[in-house]
Design a binder for this molecule. Sequence first.
Ligand code: ADE
Length: 359
Amino acid sequence: MSIISDDNDFKSAVREKKNPVIKPEAIEPDKNFENCIRPKTFDNYIGQSALKDTIKITIEAAKKREQPLDHLLFYGPPGLGKTTLAGVIAQEMGVDIKITSAPALERPRDIIGILMSLQGGEILFIDEIHRLNKVAEEILYPAMEDFYLDMTTGKSQTVKTLRVPLPKFTLIGATTKAGELSGPLRDRFGIIHRLEFYTESELSQVIRRTAGILNIEIDEKGARAIARRSRGTPRIANRLVKRVSDFAIVKYNGKINEDIANESLDILKIDEYGLDRTDRSLLKLIIEKYDGGPVGIETIAAAIGEDVRTIEDVCEPFLLQAGLLQRTPRGRKVSPETYRHLGYKFAPVGAQQTSLFDK
Ligand code: ADE
C-alpha cells in the first residue's frame, strides 16, 4: 500500500488505481502527515462550532434510536475539513468508514461493489459527489432511500429486475459545488451543512495543535502570523507550518516566532492576505488587461495557464469571500481593495465592494 500524503494525493491515488475505496486504516498512520495530524474526535476538531453542535445532537439521537445517522451532505471550499469531519463522525458513532470519490465511481459495478461491501451502520463517504455520473446516481437513489439495489439480469424480453437488500448505512457526501448537485440527489440527504472558512484565532489553534504533534516549537505570535496568511483554511495552515518549520530549522534555532514566520512566508511569496503567485497573477491580469473587469473565466484561465476548474474550486472561493473578486453575469471583476492590496493607485469607479478585512 502506498503512503498517501494529503487529500489531493489521496484523491488522485483513488482515481489512478481504479480502486474506488481506500480504507483509512490501510494508510500507514505514523508515516502519513495528514493522517497523523487529522483530529479523530470532536474534542480535537477545532472550529465549525455551530456545525459540530448540531452533528453531536444528531449522533446522540441516532445512538438512542439505535439507528444509523441520516445521510449527510457537506459543502464548502476545499481544505476546510469535510473528509476529516466524516472520519470524526465515524469515530464518534463507533463505526467504520469507507472513503471514495465520485470520479472513481465511473462504472456501475464500482458503486454497486462498494454498496454491497458495506456492513450495517457503516459510513460511505463520497468526495466530489457533484461529479457522480447519472447511472451511479440512479443506483444510489433506492440505496439511500430504502436500502436496496435494483439489479437487472437477462436481455431484452427475458430481462428481470432483482431487488437486492442492503444493510442500513449512512452516506456522507462532500462537494465544493453544492449548486451542481442534481435536485433528486440533494433531496435524499437528510442533513445538509456548509463548512465555513476558519477565523484567524481558530487557525492559530490548529497550527499550535499541529506543531505540538510534530514537535515543532512555535509561540502564539508565530502561530498568528502563519494563521493570518492561511486563507481561512486549515489544510493551508498545516502546510505552511511545515514550510516555516523547515526554514526555522535551516536558518535559525528551529523555534518559530513572528519574525521568522513572516520572513519565511515572504520568501515563499505568500502575501499578507495569504495570496500566492497564481492568485496574484489572476487579479493582476484583470486589473492590467481588463481595467478591473468584468472578464470571462475562460479568458482568465487561458491567459494565466490554469484550468477553469482549479480557478473556480481552489482560487476563487477565498478571493470572493475576502472581497478581492466579484462574480457578475458578465464575468469576474476586482474591487478597489484589490487595487490597493496589489499596489495599484487607480481604481475605476464601478469597482465597489467592501473587503472582509475592512470589518
Ligand atoms: N487539522 C485540519 N483541520 C483541523 C481542525 N478542524 N481541527 C484541528 N486540526 C485540524
